[in-house]
Design a protein. Structure first.
Lengths: 118, 118
DNA sequence: AAGTTTTTGCAACTGATTTGCATAAATTAT
DNA sequence: ATAATTTATGCAAATCAGTTGCAAAAACTT
């Protein structure tokens, strides 16, 4: 049920948002338990968003599970997906530093098209 | 005093770490108040690190104020600074999506040179 | 030194998330 | 289908990072 809600959304969702839409059916604790289960089983993945207006919240997405980045609009707080990862290969960085990069997380913030024209 | 501690560290520090080193002199609430003040006055800046072992914590750095990225080692939890930002220009992304990118945050995780050889 | 402003410690609070626990629902065995 | 066992749920309390109210302490003013 939670998985469906996430899969059917074009936006990453946070626990509160999911809970809002199914509060007659599920407890908030159950939502968190479900999200934890889904993430542990790689059905979804999550990232933290540090938003000056809305604070720190974890957002869940099923697309993100296959490496997806988003741009976050600081005005409307919606996410715009990015088709191709803007991060080039890290080979030169790895060679230079000896650090082996396993994961990367990218947060882009700005104003989406609509909000620029307001 | 807090600013000095951050400036003299080669690592971004979180509130707890700063507090640990000066707990005889300052209360944790005062550390947070100081950090808030410093960040508001652009002496330092901060980023969130979502670490599976240590949880979510905000790290403060004075270097970061002039746009600095780090790679976080998942074993020793130390940060390795990155000299040049690995993110290319966002112009093509902006042109394609209409989104205006104002800020970007990049978290790279992996194993630092030392921890790979353990 | 008395009065005013700022900073501090401490404790209580917040908000997101987690957990204990007893109950309810689902699953399996009888 | 029915008792026994496992799993999932709701609810409330706990947790954890971070914030805030408030009275006392320190720093400034005059």
């Amino acid at each position: 049920m939670i998985l469906e809600k996430i899969q059917n959304s074009d936006q990453p969702l946070c626990a509160q948002q999911i809970y809002e839409e199914m509060k007659e059916a599920l407890d908030l604790a159950t939502v968190y338990r479900g999200l934890k289960y889904l993430e542990e089983n790689s059905e979804i993945s999550s990232f933290l968003l540090d938003c000056s207006e809305r604070g720190v919240e974890r957002y869940y997405s099923s697309f993100f599970a296959h490496h997806k980045h988003y741009m976050h609009c600081m005005a409307c707080h919606r996410f715009t997906p990015i088709d191709t990862c803007p991060l080039g290969g890290f080979e030169s960085l790895e060679k230079k530093t000896g650090f082996r990069i396993d994961e990367h997380f990218l947060t882009l913030k700005g104003l989406c098209k609509k909000c620029q024209n307001k």
